[in-house]
Design a binder for this molecule. Sequence first.
Ligand code: ZN
Length: 106
Amino acid sequence: MDAARYEHILRARKAELENRLSRIEQDFTAPRNPDDDDRAVERNNDEVLEELGEAGEKELVAIDAALARIGAGTFGTCAKCGRPIAEGRLDAVPHTPLCQTCAGQV
Ligand SMILES: [Zn+2]
């Protein structure tokens, strides 16, 4: 298992997320449109942005944890059962701490 390859993927993903989150932040602080007709739409957009922001923050935390596991040499090992996580799964979700079996039990 090539941890350096996943570290590269995780760092790229982290940079992308940080970028997206800072844009979301800017949208939140942008001046409101005073036109009443647009308010409902803007509120919906805010909710979507908020959800994106929350999902992004969670993913960032998971990515940081995965990078810490690479540093500790435990990356690619399931945090629950201690078995190796399949590379196909890591390719799909590189920040996952769990193997397919344990993730299915959550
Ligand atoms: Zn497991």
